[in-house]
Design a protein around this ligand. Structure first.
Ligand code: GLU
Length: 459
């Protein structure tokens, strides 16, 4: 069965680069009816692994990604790794190496002096003598001494490494018996039945080592897809500086998971000129063989644009649910759906949506003084006051409010532009809001009258 996995090292949160490779792996597994597994690579950072799982689960939940089966923890699999190390020793494919730190330092110094790549010289590779006393050996794999390691990467195409240039008998277990990173990855991927490994191309240099281990262990080599990095708009590798932190921070900033996933799928993959992809479309169209070979650029305004798109188009019920997280229950607000529909057209984030909703729901406590200076004068103060006095108290829909306002303006020989901004400031405290007629329908005429009076008092 086609099986992919996401194998984060536990850092306590999931960053968006990680979410992107998780998404690619998820999509490829799900579209093929395969399995998507989660493994926490916690051999070095055991203490964080539970928190990391909770954080990943939280982020996956928010994004609607799910994994199959139980989470695997590398820290719980040492017996398994040991068994395979013993087997390699028994088969003569790995060996104990007693080289001391001093000897290694000397090898390094000599290589540097000769301008060569520092490399373990293989002195214990075929050692049959009596091992030196008092040294706990490391275990090294017998890597090929020459020839090439070649494979076809699903993203990068044909890849070839010269064994002589890049490999030596690398360590698979340290002197305390703990297995090394590349060894654990191979054992886990093989035993978990992973058929397709999609990961960042910062792991490309690990791949020849892993292939040597697959071969030594007699495991089938999976397909590899090394995904190009995401760069910030300044060309540097994406980091916290570019706002690339915890996935859940995007939730706090008012982004929708649809927008974030859509944004991430496009960072490294495309389908014609299309920009908008629902989960359904991603599942239909995504193909890791079409991933881009070159790095992509993180463009925050694109994310905003996508977020605005999803805020505009998702069903009311869905947005109302998400707004609960920000403490606003649109279902409990009289004409809440109307308000949300009014604001969703002009909100780039749910935080903006919240702020503009509160600006309409609540009477302003202060007024934007720049707007007051710019738009209020003695003429329209009087007009505003006359308008307030002319208001009845029967509730009206936006259209009726518009007609009534136009009638009032005609009588006074004035234009809408003489009244619109003053009304806006009176209602919301600022000169920005959606159509005033709809806002008036929402708050009602009594409330409008009271806000205008309060505003006039404040001047
Ligand atoms: N644990 C590695 C990381 O977080 C991923 C290893 C892999 O995907 O092979 O970068």
């Amino acid at each position: 069965m086609l099986t992919t996995r996401f194998a984060p090292s536990p850092t306590g949160f999931l960053h968006i680069g990680g979410l992107r490779t998780a998404l690619y792996s998820y999509l490829y597994a799900r579209k093929n009816g395969g399995k998507f597994l989660l493994r926490i690579e916690d051999t070095d950072l055991k203490r964080n692994s539970q928190e990391a799982t909770i954080a990943i689960r939280e982020a996956f939940n928010w994004c609607g990604l799910d994994y199959d089966g139980e989470v695997e923890y590398q820290s719980k699999r040492f017996d398994i790794y040991k068994k395979y190390i013993d087997q390699l020793l028994k088969d003569g494919k790995a060996y104990k190496c007693y080289t001391t730190q001093e000897e290694l330092a000397q090898m390094r110094a000599e290589a540097e002096a000769n301008k060569q790549r520092p490399k373990y010289d293989g002195r214990y590779r075929d050692f049959t003598g009596t091992p030196p006393q008092g040294i706990e050996p490391v275990i090294r794999i017998k890597a090929p001494l020459d020839g090439v390691i070649e494979f076809t990467d699903g993203v990068k195409g044909y890849i070839k490494f010269n064994c002589e240039d890049i490999l030596d008998d690398f360590i698979i277990a340290r002197s305390d018996g703990s297995p090394t990173y590349n060894f654990c990855v191979v054992i886990d991927d093989a035993l978990m039945g992973v058929t397709h490994i999609i990961r960042g191309d910062d792991h490309l240099s690990n791949t020849p080592k892993q292939i040597i281990l697959y071969e030594a262990l007699g495991f089938k080599i999976p397909e590899f897809f090394h995904v190009a990095m995401i760069n910030g708009s300044d060309g540097a590798k994406l980091s916290k500086r570019h706002g690339a932190t915890d996935v859940m921070e995007y939730k706090n900033m008012g982004y929708l998971p649809e927008a974030l996933l859509n944004f991430l799928v496009r960072l490294g993959w495309s389908h014609g000129d299309d920009e908008i992809f629902s989960m359904h479309q991603m599942l239909e169209l995504f193909d890791p063989y079409n991933l881009s070979k070159s790095a992509s650029t993180y463009n925050p305004s694109k994310l905003e644009w996508l977020n605005a798109h999803y805020i505009k188009t998702l069903p009311f019920e869905r947005l109302a649910d998400d707004m609960l997280y920000f403490g606003l229950d649109f279902r409990a607000i009289n004409k809440g759906q109307m308000l949300l529909d009014l604001l969703r057209e002009r909100s780039k984030t749910l935080l903006e949506l919240k702020a503009s909703a509160l600006a309409i729901i609540n009477q302003p406590t202060n007024y934007d003084q720049n707007a007051v200076k710019k738009f209020i004068n003695d003429d329209n103060k009087l007009l505003l006051s006359e308008f307030a006095n002319s208001l009845g108290n029967a509730n009206m829909d936006a259209k009726a409010v518009e007609e009534m306002t136009n009638e009032f303006l005609t009588q006074k020989g004035k234009k809408l532009k003489d009244l619109a901004q003053p009304i806006r400031i009176a209602i919301t405290g600022s000169a920005v809001s959606p159509s005033i007629f709809e806002v008036i329908e929402f708050i009602g005429l009594d409330e409008l009258k009271s806000r205008i009076q309060n505003f006039l008092k404040s001047l």
